[in-house]
Design a protein around this ligand. Structure first.
Ligand SMILES: [Zn+2]
Length: 271
């Protein structure tokens, strides 16, 4: 979906999507407090939550999320109203150009309208059609989930931005249940992934204590999709075995997969 189509979609947001998109505005305000030079792209509601894409002076880590959450909590507690304004296109272009907000400038340049929608809450102002909740106090329990890279406009030739994903719900129970469900799904995936993909086996040729993992080319991508770090290292055996067949040191593989160590691997570890 194009960025413009994504912005267009906001007008038909359901109440929970409206609340989640409002949380994205609050997250953008919090990020801008920490990084005053941050450049903002877009922040729509998505299934189960919201995101906002940022161009930042440094890479975010999971350790940055609690500080952003803390600032969001303050803004939510402030119950700041979302105030709508209509600006002439030229005024909006000038405003965002003056602040180096190149992505907003590009968005406005692609809008056909003579006037554009602006929403303010607290100290923050954004280009947006709305709608939002009445004030920031109407944003329910939320959690920031992760950071991922995302190309501007999904185009690999454009800048790589940092996307912060969050989730927000009307009640604490709903949020807790959602996080519990994710956790359960993750555990199930870990238990079944190794077996179903036939990712590991032993081989007499390389020694009975070693695990030979036949690694599909897309394994790294699948593990990343499950938020796992793939901690394998190559050694000379792999090269002999061919490109797609890597010798996996058992310890790192099973730690990465969060799997129970099979008996014969215990033997390997104790060596
Ligand atoms: Zn908005």
């Amino acid at each position: 979906m194009s960025v413009e189509a994504e912005l267009e979609e906001s007008v038909s947001y359901t109440p929970i999507q409206r609340m989640r998109h409002s949380a994205a505005h609050v997250m953008a305000e919090a990020v801008l407090e920490i990084f005053p030079d941050a450049k903002l792209a877009i922040g729509p509601a998505i299934e189960d939550g919201f995101y906002y894409d940022f161009d930042l002076p440094r890479a975010l880590t999971p350790g940055d999320l609690p500080e952003i959450e803390r600032r969001m909590t303050r803004i939510i507690a402030g119950k700041y109203p979302f105030l709508q304004e209509r600006w002439l296109r030229e005024k909006a272009l000038q405003y965002f150009r003056d602040r180096g907000q190149i992505y907003k400038v590009e968005l406005i340049e692609n809008l056909p309208d003579e006037e554009v929608g602006i929403y303010r809450q607290d100290t923050f102002l954004d280009l947006c059609r709305g709608p939002h909740v009445e004030n920031t106090g109407h944003i329910g329990p939320f959690k920031l989930m992760r950071v991922a890279g995302a190309y501007w406009r999904g185009d690999e030739h454009r800048p790589m931005l940092q996307r912060i994903y969050g989730t927000a719900w009307f009640t604490q129970e709903e949020l807790d249940h959602y996080l519990w469900q994710l956790d359960e799904a993750r555990k199930r995936d870990h238990r079944t992934l190794g077996k179903s993909l036939d990712l590991y086996s032993t081989s007499e040729a390389v020694g009975p204590g070693l695990i030979l993992g036949c690694v599909a080319r897309n394994l790294r991508g699948m593990l990343e999709a499950c938020n796992l770090t793939f901690l394998f290292s190559l050694d000379s055996h792999c090269k002999q075995a061919g490109d797609e067949c890597h010798l996996l040191p058992a310890v790192s593989f099973f730690y990465a997969m969060d799997l129970t160590f099979p008996e014969h691997i215990h033997g390997f570890i104790s060596l």
